[in-house]
Design a binder for this molecule. Structure first.
Ligand code: ZN
Ligand code: ZN
Length: 360
């Protein structure tokens, strides 16, 4: 009997969908999907899967690493990966070759079209991404470790806060703490915004000094063993205006209502609506200009999307963020974000960081 690993089990699930997808071989080129299905963590790799073969192609830099990480049959390509892969497509007799429609470049598609002479190319939408949405127990534990490390880095960095610090200073402190605590690095560029810049949902940290009596927004994530975490906290430095405090209370109420609505079986849009309804009650729904959350895992943004029109039903084991926010141009913004795991009857909030207004 063949030994089933975490990775071969996932490949078997992909192979089970070959009939529905009307393919007999699948070329996986998106690196997070390659990693998910093979264990390989290198920066150049592709997988060719058939019902009974799993070939992992990479280049000579990874000839030692790839067989250590992966249970696939490793092929080291001396030239471009595709020129090594195509002869195998022919050798394995793949008539209908699936490729990842949303993940390949036009150049790759063009190359395949011109050179895959004996195979028909079939666009596959998101077969692997669908599988990745529901996390295994081991994956959920890794995400939890990433979330907890991220919160610890936040606490350590805040302890170093002092007057005169700039947005960049605090962002650098946060990323340094992540590394010292054992993260591979940030899951995305840390956002630190102060004053009216908190109204920019994706502000890049600048040399601006973090001023007293203003809002301060930090959005950060640490990667641990390949898995992302994501958290936003909006704080006050000194005394906040009553208006800023009202915004904070409304967003917190909205975030808690959204978390409360989560359980397996409901549509993603229900979570979004729960967040939006609270903001509507406070008359600030129009300041909420993005969706309520997103899945995360090997990538910081993956399925499912938690948005207004998302009909997809939540399933136990999905890891998602809940992050309503309101942004008032020229004044400032408030966003509060946690990472949660969907369960049968609710969800487990992984983020341990407090959510009452932190005042520095
Ligand atoms: Zn975030
Ligand atoms: Zn997020």
């Amino acid at each position: 009997m063949r030994h089933i690993t975490e990775f071969s089990g996932r490949r078997e699930r992909v192979a089970e969908s070959f009939r529905d997808l009307k393919i007999d071989a699948f070329l996986v080129t998106a690196l997070p999907n390659v990693r998910y299905l093979s264990g390989f963590t290198g920066s150049n790799g592709a997988l060719l899967l058939t019902a009974d073969r799993s070939l992992l192609f990479t280049d000579p830099r990874y000839q030692t690493q790839a067989p250590l990480e992966s249970d696939c049959d490793v092929k080291i390509a001396k030239k471009a990966l595709l020129s090594e892969i195509l002869p195998w497509v022919n050798r394995l007799g793949a008539r209908r070759l699936g490729f990842e429609r949303t993940r390949i470049s036009f150049e790759t598609y063009d190359f395949l079209k011109r050179n895959a002479k004996t195979s028909r190319l079939i666009a596959v939408d998101d077969a692997v991404d669908q599988l990745r949405m529901v996390k295994s127990t081991a994956e959920a534990a890794t995400i939890k470790a990433a979330v907890e490390l991220n919160s610890a880095a936040f606490d350590h960095a805040l302890r170093t806060f002092k007057q005169g610090m700039t947005e960049v200073d605090l962002a650098a402190e946060i990323e340094y703490r992540m590394r010292r605590l054992g993260a591979e690095g940030p899951s995305f560029e840390t956002i630190v915004a102060t004053g009216p810049r908190t109204a920019l949902p994706h502000a890049h940290p600048t040399a601006a000094v973090i001023e007293p009596n203003e809002l301060l927004l930090v959005d950060m994530g640490a990667t641990v063993a390949g898995y992302a975490s994501d958290m936003t906290r909006t704080m006050g430095v000194g005394r906040l205006s009553p208006k800023a405090r009202r915004m904070y209370r409304a967003v917190l109420e909205s975030q808690l209502a959204a978390i409360d609505s989560i359980k397996a079986g409901i549509a993603s849009s229900t979570v979004d609506r729960s967040a939006r309804n609270v903001l509507k009650k406070h008359g600030i729904e129009k300041w909420f200009i993005h969706s309520t959350g997103h899945g995360l895992g090997l990538e910081i943004h993956e399925g499912p999307r938690i948005g207004r029109k998302e009909a997809r039903r939540l399933e136990a084991g999905m890891a998602i963020t809940v992050e309503p926010g309101v942004y008032l141009e020229g004044f400032g913004g408030v966003r509060i974000e946690d990472t949660v795991i969907v369960t049968k009857n609710g969800c487990e909030v992984l983020t341990p960081t407090r959510k009452d207004l932190i005042v520095l």
